[in-house]
Design a protein around this ligand. Structure first.
Ligand code: UDP
Length: 195
């Protein structure tokens, strides 16, 4: 993968189709892999937040999510092929999960939202196996037990909707406990999917 530096964040110059193929490779290989979707807001946040910057530097895949990032990469002389929106990547992965038999865990959002989003996804992509759901409001001391419950449900893909940078920090901190091949922060995606 070719990585492009946008204000200190290394972003993979991939199309949506290439991102999906890369994730497919992560699942075949076994975990854990963190997938991040870098928009301008995340790049700016990484500039002020060393922990987030380090997590993004260590991420297995960072896609160019947002017109600002695509524009900046082009003007810095290292263009990326297209915008890969986090929502679109999540949808493509759910479609692929339904046909490949990948188990998906929906974690985050207000109480009931992850369940609604998973039901909408299972209706849209018949055959999708939902490994489990859990809302994103919990006490810090519950983190380890939530991660253990996610691990026990044996997902191939964990979608985490806690907002930036909480979701990236949580996934990085819990990576060893989770042992999930692919974890991805999806921000407000469940709210949109739940309708
Ligand atoms: N959220 C959550 N737990 C928290 C804080 C936020 O589950 O402690 C959820 C919130 O309900 C929403 C999502 O995280 O569904 C954040 O969405 P937003 O559009 O703000 O994401 P971002 O812009 O950060 O990608």
């Amino acid at each position: 993968l070719v990585r492009v530096d946008v204000l200190g964040v290394q972003i993979d110059a991939v199309t949506l189709a290439e991102a999906v193929r890369t994730v497919e490779g992560f699942i075949a290989e076994g975990g854990p892999h963190l997938v991040a979707t870098a928009n301008a807001e995340m790049v700016m946040a990484a500039g002020r937040d060393r922990e987030l910057a380090r997590i993004l530097a260590d991420a297995a895949l960072v896609v160019p999510d947002g017109a600002g990032v695509v524009w900046a990469a082009r003007h810095l002389g290292q263009p990326v092929p297209e915008r890969v929106a986090g929502f679109d990547l999540a949808e493509e992965l759910l479609a692929r999960a339904a046909t490949e038999g990948w188990r998906v865990f929906f974690f985050g959002g207000a109480p009931g939202i992850a369940a609604k989003a998973s039901e909408a996804a299972a209706a849209k992509w018949p055959g999708l196996t939902v490994a489990g759901v859990r809302d994103g409001y919990f006490a810090p001391e519950e983190a380890a037990s939530i991660a253990a419950a996610i691990r026990a449900s044996k997902p191939h893909i964990l979608l985490a909707a806690l907002g930036v940078p909480k979701q990236e920090k949580w996934l990085a901190a819990q990576a060893t406990t989770l042992a999930v091949p692919v974890s991805m922060g999806v921000g407000g995606t469940f709210d949109v999917m739940a309708g």
